[in-house]
Design a protein around this ligand. Structure first.
Ligand code: CUA
Length: 382
């Protein structure tokens, strides 16, 4: 009995030490996925404010209830001289106590509910001049399409650029793996379509910017993003969506409006056609090895031939990421590989499933010389 008690005491100490590692409080922004460290001017600030209100109340209620349980357990435990054949003293209800412990929790709940409901609604209120971006969740990466005319329909992947100080309204959809028409707005009217679900459920979460929002197949879900502070904010798909789920990361890069406008303008440019050297071989292979059947490159020459005609973007496949400005993203493959690393790019081309289990890009069993040429070509996609 004594050994058992000593073990419980140790278990408690270990548990408390472990909980101490949770780092509740000021984390100085070092934890990238930290909802308790909201970016200034973001919807997450309101969520954090709500946490600051509700958490102390929850702790107070927890401590009170646990203390009362412990007091009851120890004060009214069975003692040596108790008569086992006799029932303890029976007590009927106490009206005053019962009224009290019904009213107090009700008041506490109402006190918590009012700001909670207000926050829920404010999370989806957007300014009239909000920028609209379509988010298309695929298996297992995010595609971003700028919907407003001012941004010229730019399509990118894995890294979402937003201007600081301006609200961004996301229109989020989930598509099946091989659905080429994912970007067709007509295929996704706002609201339920009543069609058989395509794709799977994902969850878009940038902890330092906003709460989580489910992306449900057959629906268009909206959410608001904004911040006044330039910086890189990490995001993670927060719903198990298949084998690639843990590697379905992304980032939001908030830039001052002038830098953002420059970036958008550069993204709208087509890629340059290469006409000589290893890169030109890669450009040709991109066609011959059927990469073009999944990936778009704006300005890509027909059949990969430098003197051929250019294939219009809206006639290109959009199953995989748009690679037109591949080198301008910091990471690829669901934010797990470094774009500027030739090693990462080579390993990816060698065997995508080895780098990211569940990835839909097939292993094409490329030869090293083919990989050399493809890497050389991809390095021209600035
Ligand atoms: Cu998408 Cu998890």
């Amino acid at each position: 009995m004594r050994a058992h008690r000593r073990m419980s005491a140790w278990a408690t100490v270990v548990l408390l030490l472990l909980l101490g590692g949770c780092g509740i409080g000021d984390t100085g922004g070092d934890l990238a996925l930290n909802a308790l460290d909201p970016a200034p001017g973001s919807p997450a600030v309101e969520l954090d404010r709500l946490w600051d209100l509700v958490f102390p109340i929850a702790v107070g209620v927890f401590v009170l209830v646990q203390t009362l349980i412990l007091v009851a357990v120890f004060r009214f435990r069975r003692r040596k001289d108790d008569d086992d054949r006799q029932l303890p003293k029976q007590v009927a209800g106490n009206t005053r106590l019962e009224v009290l412990w019904t009213i107090i929790p009700a008041v506490v709940l109402v006190f918590v509910a009012i700001p909670t409901v207000q926050t829920i609604f404010s999370q989806n209120e957007v300014d009239d001049d909000a920028m609209n971006v379509r988010v298309i969740a695929k298996q297992y990466w995010f595609e971003f399409e700028y919907m407003d005319e001012a941004q010229g329909g730019v399509v990118t992947a894995t890294q979402l650029h937003i201007p600081t100080g301006r609200e961004v309204q996301l229109h989020m959809q989930s598509v099946a793996v091989n659905q080429a028409s994912s970007y067709d707005p007509a295929a996704f009217p706002d609201g339920p379509t009543g069609e058989v679900a395509q794709g799977v459920i994902h969850n878009f979460w940038v902890p330092r910017l906003a709460g989580k929002t489910y992306i449900v197949p057959g629906h268009t879900r909206t959410m608001k993003l904004s911040t006044t502070e330039a910086g890189l904010y990490l995001g993670q798909c927060a719903e198990f969506c298949g084998l690639g789920h843990p590697n379905m990361e992304f980032s939001v890069l908030a830039e001052d409006p002038a830098t953002f406008d420059e970036w958008i303008a550069a993204q709208a440019d087509p890629a340059e056609v290469v006409d000589e050297g290893l890169a030109a071989e890669g450009q040709q292979l991109f066609n011959d090895l059927t990469c073009v059947q999944c990936h778009a490159i704006e300005g890509y020459p027909a059949q990969g031939l430098p003197d051929g005609e250019v294939v219009p973007l809206d006639e290109q496949a959009r199953i995989g990421p748009n690679l037109t400005h591949f080198n301008t993203r910091d990471k690829f493959a669901g934010n797990i590989l470094e774009t500027e690393s030739d090693d990462d790019l080579r390993r990816w081309l060698e065997n995508p499933q080895r780098e990211k289990p569940g990835a839909q890009m097939p292993n094409l069993n490329l030869r090293p010389d083919q990989i050399d040429a493809l890497v050389a070509y991809m390095r021209t996609l600035d």
